[in-house]
Design a protein around this ligand. Sequence first.
Ligand code: ZN
Ligand code: ZN
Length: 714
Amino acid sequence: GDSGPCGPCSEIYIDFGEEKSCGKPDCKPGCECERFLEFWNLVFPQYDMQPDGKLLPLKRRGVDTGMGLERIARILQNTETNYETDLFYPIIKKIEELSGQKYSPYSENSGFFRIIADHIRAIVFLLDENIVPSNEGRGYVVRRIIRRASLAGKNLGFREPFLYKISESVIKTMKDVYPSVLENKNYIEKILYDEEEKFTYIIDSANKIFEETLKDISKKMIPGDVAFKLYDTYGIPPDVIEDLAMGENIKVDWNGFRKIMEERKAISREKSAFSGNIEKIFESEGIKETEFVGYDNLECESEIAGLYKEKNKNLIRIVTKQTPFYPEKGGQIGDRGIIENEEIKVRVYDTQIDEKGLIHHIGKLEKGNLENIRENMRVKLSVEPEFRKKVSINHTATHLLHYALREILGKEVRQYGSYVGDDKLRFDFICFSSLDDEKIKKIERLVQNKIFENSNVKVEEMSLEEAIKKGAIALFVGKYGENVRVVHTGDYHSEVCGGTHVKSTGEICIFKITNYSSIGRNLRRIEAFTYQNAYLYMEELEEKMKKVCGELGIPQDRLVKSVINLKKEIEEKEKSLRKYKDLVIKDLSERLSSEALKFNINGKETHFVGRKIKVENVEDMGFISDKIVDTLKRVVVLLGMEKDKRIYFIMKVSEDLKEIFNAGKIIKEISQIVDGKGGGNPVFAQGSGKEPSKFNDMIKNIKERLENAEKSRF
Ligand SMILES: [Zn+2]
Ligand SMILES: [Zn+2]
């Protein structure tokens, strides 16, 4: 580096002998060829390099050393490459077995074997660390690694997901040193299977889209905008585009691609512009992070260390050296409360933590003005107790729900995300089975029973390693070696968690699931109320039930039975109503048929029924015209009905007349008589118009057409 600790270093090589040499006269350790392999490296930091290049002696000197595990294995086991060592060979063997292809260090397909072997190891450990494939952050890293490995598999002839089968050999090799990979075996295999299956589907359809795209462009280079469309519209990842292009021997204009990507990012940055809208008024020099003292206290006194203004809103942000206000983190929303002294009073609506670790109290001035707020001014910070209580209740309830889900649905359930507010809680989780009312009921009951048990909630600090060893669920949490908070609920559930909790589960009082749903492949969501809101929710349900009973005149204890009976009654009434209606329709159509006008067209008797009738809807008009056509044959029917000051009409022509009378065409022509529109096919047409009184002219028009047809011979 440019400055900082440094010193001499030594590198240890092994010489594999002259036969491995490239033969060049300057072949020596460090040469590109196969002869020398560096496997051990020692650095002796003893100077502190100043920015001006001066070397000062380092106060604490030491030795840094790093030896490549794979390389030392290769040397000791005397293999050609790392991949024949016992670290990789079981994986290679498994790939051979599943693909039916042979591996040798120098065979043409050895590269694909190595990619899979190398990547599957990383995949198993990333999944074991609870990193779920997704489209952002580290989730995207694991997704890309899985895809690379899967693509390599395609080159070995795999058509179906196969990585999950290979993960077993990694688990077998590693389980003694990393027992968790064995515990998570089912989970790892399922996630891996799903992800690869999804990808296989993407790559199959990507192939098709890609081939289509190739038809439209020159065969040399895929333009940046086309590549971006493949990525943005069709969701084909850039590395897949690259692989597909490579397969066709085409280059991709990645510079053009990046340019469009940057433009897009700039637009979305402008849209969000969270940090850009905060104006700094003052900030104490060198302030690092706010000390959070709010686990056990809801009040404290401290000095103001920063003041900011939100440009577009009438909100200010205050940072203090210490605070009892919990900032939004791990799904739990930020605290509310008051910051005040003799001069000022600020009502805090929200609390957030920034990337430096400063806790921002966001709120409005209720007493004093901005000029009154000075650096190092002493203030009293008080969290609203009722708010904190509700949030803490929901947080502890979330842990109980997590526990119940693992009990009822299986230990494979993984938390995916959560919302812990003062109003409700939401819990998203990965789960491979579907939810139903019965399972939900079991889960809810288990949580409620744990509330009745009134278990103690205890918090303990320990290292992450210790927490995991003790069986605590550790999700989304920091680095090994760090101290973490472990929240124990009774003796049945422990979770690494930075949130606030109640002292015992009895404080939750009531737990009521209000909604459950599927929010994605293997992703489920449960929403619930606790405490007062759960009571209000049940009260409201009861109110609704009472109202329903009142409206229906049914006693509450017979509600379900009565509603079922009511439903039956309605069905029966509908049936008899339909019967009655059928009779009316039959009667009306018979009457209309008997009153039909008769014409002699082409020597055959031809009928016309043209009438305005009184029916409920156009559908009934259709039934009547159908009946008339059935009875009379060779017939033209024009029926109209009035509704809301409009005339609705339909025209039906029997099959044997459609050559002479095209219903669709005629209706299109004559709809204007009633100032309307209409159309249809040769045997059926319909329309509507604004002038019901002119409908008789439409009838007259058809009559004239029939009279003319009578005179002429076809
Ligand atoms: Zn060489
Ligand atoms: Zn928690």
